[in-house]
Design a protein. Structure first.
Ligand SMILES: Cc1ncc(COP(=O)(O)O)c(C=O)c1O
Length: 391
């Protein structure tokens, strides 16, 4: 008789070892609770601006329902090239150095798949976006985390990066402003990192998805620093700045050879990003700047409120200079971040993400997304303060 079929045993080992995202795990619980205020998922509460939605509708009306070139619509790549030049001071050839992807998620995945041989070490700063370590493991790379602290406003230092460099180090992943901490970098500090990158012959992947949501100072891309454009893959997308998460659209810019390598993976796995989303993204990048500015102004008001509220209730919270996340310390409560988040959810119906979901250096913190209406944030803070008093 044949052995009983066990689907588990057919799953590749690398995938079996990868845990589910700490955010999703937590939000399965949220779904089952009533009257929860969610400061959880990192998604704008704004609906995509009407003129951008209209561009998608118009594309459909006109029967724009086909594949596009693997690299994406040329007019969108041209608009991206103009935007990176204007906002990031980096020039890319739209014909050969830009690829349109299914969100920054796909861009990150194909960048890693194009670069990593088994055993290569990839350095990134932590706490970090939940997908970095698993994405690195899935391509058989070795994730090497550099811890950042509130003391330094969650910026990463050149010294800390240099300390973990070995002969196997190949890529440095940066994400400023950072999810989940709102950390940003000054140009001076990025120059020091660029120096380390050049001396050790590393390649940089920079995920700048929150760059438009910079509240203080000017955002600098490492790609714009001397000698860096040639060794940087610049990732960006439309999800956060234009409230377009559901369109699933992003892009990567970089050296011709690397974009060509990424395109080969993309053409066999995705073929191309949705043409409807590409039409909408073209409208966004050409005419959406004021929408982004308006949303940023509202996020700023909410940020000031939430940071103040956390500090007043005794949860020390640094000022996030970018992104839409507050990252207060819960260390003085003596609870783990998971216990704290679970109890807050069960007792006061406020959902935040435990800092530990963003790597071991996130333990002792909580991520509260302020891309929610000010009214909701106010109620959530009243409930959290009540919860803290009872501890
Ligand atoms: C740092 C960071 N990179 C990438 C992504 C994924 O973005 P996209 O919707 O473009 O796939 C997110 C989403 O939360 C993020 O926070």
């Amino acid at each position: 008789m044949a052995a009983p079929f066990n689907p588990e045993s057919f799953i590749a080992k690398t995938i079996r070892d990868i845990p589910r995202s700490g955010i999703r795990e937590f939000f399965d619980i949220v779904q089952s609770q009533k009257s929860v205020i969610s400061l959880g998922v990192g998604e704008p509460d704004f609906v995509t601006p009407w003129h951008i939605r209209e561009a998608a509708i118009y594309a459909l009306e006109n029967g724009r329902t086909t594949y596009t070139s693997n690299l994406g619509l040329l007019k969108l790549r041209e608009a991206i090239a103009a935007s990176t030049e204007k906002h990031f001071k980096v020039t890319y050839d739209p014909k050969t150095q830009i690829i349109i992807t299914v969100g920054v998620s796909e861009a990150l995945d194909i960048a890693l798949r194009a670069l990593i041989n088994p055993g290569d070490e990839i350095i990134y700063h932590e706490p970090c976006y939940v997908s970095y370590a698993p994405s690195i493991s899935m391509v058989h790379g070795v994730p090497v985390a550099v811890s950042c602290t509130a003391h330094n406003n969650f910026a990463v230092t050149a010294e800390a990066i240099e300390k973990v460099i070995t002969p196997r180090s190949k890529v440095l992943v940066l994400n400023f402003p950072t999810n989940p901490t709102g950390g940003t970098m000054t140009r001076t500090d990025l120059l020091k990192i660029a120096d380390v990158v050049l001396r050790h012959n590393l390649l940089v992947i920079t995920d700048e998805i929150y760059s438009e949501l910079t509240f203080e100072g000017e955002h600098t891309s490492i790609a714009s620093l001397p000698g860096m454009r040639e060794r940087t893959i610049f990732l960006h997308g439309f999800s956060k700045a234009y409230a377009m998460t559901g369109f699933r659209i992003g892009y990567a810019c970089g050296p011709v050879e690397l974009i060509e390598a990424m395109m080969r993976i993309h053409q066999y796995s995705m073929l191309c990003a949705s043409i409807i989303s590409q039409e909408a993204a073209t409208e966004a990048i050409l005419h959406g700047e004021t929408d982004t500015a308006e949303m940023r102004d509202q996020y700023r008001v909410r940020r000031n409120f939430i940071v103040n509220a956390f500090n007043q209730m005794g949860l020390t919270c640094h000022l996030p200079r970018g992104s839409f996340y507050a990252f207060p310390s819960i260390k003085n409560t003596g609870l783990t971040s998971k216990d704290f988040a679970l109890r807050l959810l069960q007792q006061e119906q406020v959902a935040c993400v435990p800092g530990s979901a963003f790597g071991p250096s996130g333990e002792g913190y909580l991520r509260a997304c302020f891309a929610t209406s000010l009214d909701q944030i106010q109620v959530a803070m009243e409930r959290t303060a009540r919860f803290i008093k009872r501890l």
